[in-house]
Design a protein around this ligand. Structure first.
Ligand code: ADP
Length: 510
């Protein structure tokens, strides 16, 4: 019986031994107070850099003298005497693997065990390689530190700048605001979160407009910029410029709206001052230039009578230069008036065909390189400012001549359809590249900027033309192909009310 028991015990021991030897963790057993190494599996031998033969059945600190100086003896004594398990977490161990030195991290567990008869106590140590988890954790920690730093940097920057920076959730409620806006509103970050503009000290109309714009950004998923006058809670009246931008999540879905607002009051004041200045300067320039023109013409007449051909020629050139100067001054004046919303329109019904005839004749007289060919006509009078519309026609015609130096024909067409008159000027000149076409109506935009000598100008004519046509309810556009030419057109509405129709009839009869 005892023999059988012994046999079973031996088998169990063998099984356990082979289990320990193959275990994916490093295991060793130190017996008694001399810590005789009873078992050392291959993994622990690798850590120790010893073979099993070098360590088995030897006292630990004899087999591994270097382990003595690391406080290990103290740990083992405590575990052995008190039975308290000791865990040494993530301890670095230098290993030589395939001839290469590397640092691996192990978690060591020291536990007291008894032999079968509970006579001798031993200490078993398990060492698990936790390097991978540690590296992963270190990465996460590094990332967290980095994020924390970034947050701090953004927070410092967003507090230091004077612009307001904020974000909304997709129901249009604040989820963040930087300090400048919070200070202006006199509330804390906690107080603004979850609120919309209506819950904050904003004028109701402005709050409605802003809330609608945020809803629009969420719907269209496109940024939006705008300007608004604003009297802030401190009573300071000014202008703000703001932008709302959609913020997208991982799956490209909109997750928030970010915004920033800038106080542009100073800029507005300067712009207004500049507009007033431009207005005054151009106005002041106009008077002497007009006098110059009149005197020049008087002189021209006199010298012509006297037969001084040479002097007349010079005076004619001078007159052409004065005309150019006048156009420039008028453009600047118009810009100043447009900016100040003071460009006035004297609207009435007028014969569009008569206007076109007059201008075409006048421009034809100034050019001997181009032939202006008229086609079609307006079947109805047009309602609008005759002089301003004439100004647009002149601009389109002079541009057509200027930008087609190597051709000799300009086509001028007028057509009427139900309640609209369409007027087009077609040239066969240099044309405009497609990507620049939408910009030609912008202020100061010049496609031909590099060719200032060949095509002088300041890029205001078409901007003014667009403003004039738009302010009269019309539409202006172009079609163009580089090297083939351009066609600039505008379309004006003919008013349709009964009174206007009667007026139409009256004017048409005349
Ligand atoms: P400016 O002629 O004084 O430069 P405009 O506002 O009249 O200013 O025109 C803006 C720009 O559009 C011009 O600089 C020129 O590059 C382009 N442009 C205008 N008309 C034509 C045209 N008929 N053909 C080619 N380019 C044109």
């Amino acid at each position: 019986m005892t023999k059988r028991k012994n046999v079973e015990g031996e088998r169990e021991k063998e099984l356990l031994h082979s289990l320990f030897m193959q275990a994916p963790v490093a295991i060793a057993i130190f017996r008694g107070s001399h810590y005789i190494i009873d078992l050392a599996n291959p993994l622990i031998c690798e850590i120790w850099e010893r073979t099993q033969a070098q360590v088995l059945n030897k006292p630990l600190f004899e087999a591994l003298p270097e382990a003595g100086g690391q406080g290990l003896e103290e740990i083992l004594n405590t575990v052995l005497t008190t039975g308290k398990t000791h865990i040494g977490e993530e301890l670095p161990v230098t290993l030589y693997r395939q001839g290469k030195k590397e640092t691996v991290y192990f978690t060591f567990v020291y536990k007291r065990i008894y032999d079968q008869n509970e006579e001798t106590s031993s200490v078993i140590v398990f060492a698990t390689d936790v390097s991978e988890q540690m590296v992963a954790r270190q990465k996460t920690e590094q990332l967290a530190t980095l994020i924390e730093q970034q947050v701090q940097i953004f927070d410092t920057v967003l507090t230091a700048i004077q612009d307001f920076v904020y974000t909304f959730d997709i129901s249009g409620r604040f989820i963040y605001s930087n300090k400048p806006l919070l200070d202006l509103l006199g509330i804390t970050l906690d107080q603004i979160i979850g609120k919309n503009f209506h819950d904050l000290p904003y004028p109701p109309e402005l709050a409605t407009a802003l809330q609608a714009q945020i809803a629009e950004v969420i719907k269209t998923q496109k940024p939006l910029t705008a300007e608004t006058p604003y009297t802030n809670p401190a009573g300071h009246h000014g202008y703000y410029e703001y932008i709302f931008v959609p913020v997208f999540g991982k799956d490209k879905e909109i997750v928030a709206v970010a915004g920033s607002t800038r106080d542009i009051t100073q800029r507005k004041i300067l712009e207004q001052q500049k507009d007033v200045f431009m207005g005054i300067v151009s106005h002041e320039l106009k008077t002497p230039v007009t006098s110059l023109k009149v005197f020049g013409q008087v002189l021209q007449r006199r010298l012509r009578r006297e037969g001084n051909v040479e002097a007349v020629k010079h005076l004619e050139k001078m007159d052409a230069q004065i005309n150019k100067l006048t156009v420039l001054i008028n453009d600047l004046l118009d810009i100043a008036r447009l900016d100040a919303e003071q460009l006035q329109f004297h609207e009435n019904f007028f014969s569009f065909d008569e206007l076109v005839d007059e201008i075409v004749e006048e421009i034809q007289r100034t050019t001997d390189t181009h032939n202006l060919v008229k086609e079609g006509h307006a079947t109805k009078p047009v309602y609008g400012d005759r002089e301003r519309i004439g100004q647009v026609i002149i601009n389109l015609l002079t541009n057509a001549i200027k930008y087609s130096p190597h051709s000799d024909k300009i086509r001028v067409t007028t057509s009427t359809s139900s309640n609209k008159v369409t007027f087009c000027v077609q040239d066969f000149g240099i044309g405009i590249e497609e990507e620049k076409q939408s910009q030609v109506f912008e202020r100061f935009f010049r496609v031909s900027g590099d060719n200032q000598k060949i095509y002088p100008g300041i890029g205001l004519g078409l901007y003014i033309a667009k403003e004039i046509i738009m302010k009269q309810g019309g539409h202006i556009w172009l079609e163009s192909e580089p090297g083939k030419g351009s066609t600039f057109c505008f379309r004006l509405q003919i008013e349709k009310s009964d009174i206007q129709q009667q007026l139409n009839a009256g004017v048409a009869e005349r």
